[in-house]
Design a protein around this ligand. Structure first.
Ligand code: 5GP
Ligand code: MG
Ligand code: MG
Length: 194
């Protein structure tokens, strides 16, 4: 386990087994259709890479990058699109792939934004869901794991850009986000990728 981790919440094996089942479920639900899978950068990248390889239906991939204004471990709901989709999604079956739904503010914004573009369908698949902290009710169609209100990293999820490459999902030690670390540039506020 990484020295900055308090404990392992989900092992790589647990995650991959669940991702495989999600892939099967999504493939069944969209049988006979082609999906446009939209990954939300950067947190969802590792999850998306594993998930799309578990799909047995045709799929195309696109990405969006969003930013949320607020402290680095919390989202404010003020969302800005840093990178938009490369294609028009009118008439397409779109599946948004997210790393984690926490307050729901980011996903709520995204759902409303993508809906205005008239996709044939719009569903959301998140790896993790933290329902205890929800501020806005937002539909999640596929959820890997419901987790308690703890800050997690690994398997794509970061703290200040770090830990995304760790294979397990880990609860970060509290002292890691309370200590002023070198190279973080003072992280009391500012714009953060989600
Ligand atoms: P929401 O808008 O639902 O509050 O927040 C979504 C974003 O907040 C996620 O995409 C993620 O960037 C960040 N976030 C929320 N909880 C966690 C967490 O436990 N770990 C990490 N690494 N990011 C989180
Ligand atoms: Mg995200
Ligand atoms: Mg983040």
């Amino acid at each position: 386990m990484h020295q900055d981790a308090e404990r392992v919440l989900l092992t790589e094996e647990q995650v991959l087994a669940r991702v495989r089942r999600l892939g099967e479920e999504i493939s069944r639900d969209y049988a006979g259709k082609e999906l446009l899978v939209v990954g939300i950068l950067k947190g969802a990248v590792i999850f998306m890479a594993d998930l799309v390889r578990c799909l047995t239906i045709p799929a195309r991939l696109d990405f969006m990058a969003l930013s949320s204004y607020g402290v680095s471990s919390r989202s404010s709901g003020v969302v800005r699109i840093l990178k938009d989709l490369e294609q028009d999604i009118t008439g397409l079956d779109v599946l948004v792939v997210e790393d984690i739904v926490d307050t729901g503010l980011t996903l709520n914004y995204l759902r409303e934004n993508l809906c205005t573009r008239d996709p044939a369908s719009l569903k959301v698949c998140t790896l993790l869901d933290k329902p205890e902290r929800r501020k806005v009710a937002v539909a999640v169609d596929y959820n890997g794991f419901t987790i308690p209100d703890e800050f997690v990293v690994g398997y794509g999820l970061d703290y200040n850009g770090r830990y995304r490459n760790l294979r397990d999902i880990l609860v970060l030690k509290r002292e890691v986000y309370t200590r002023p670390a070198a190279g973080d540039g003072g992280c009391a506020g500012g714009e953060q990728g989600v």
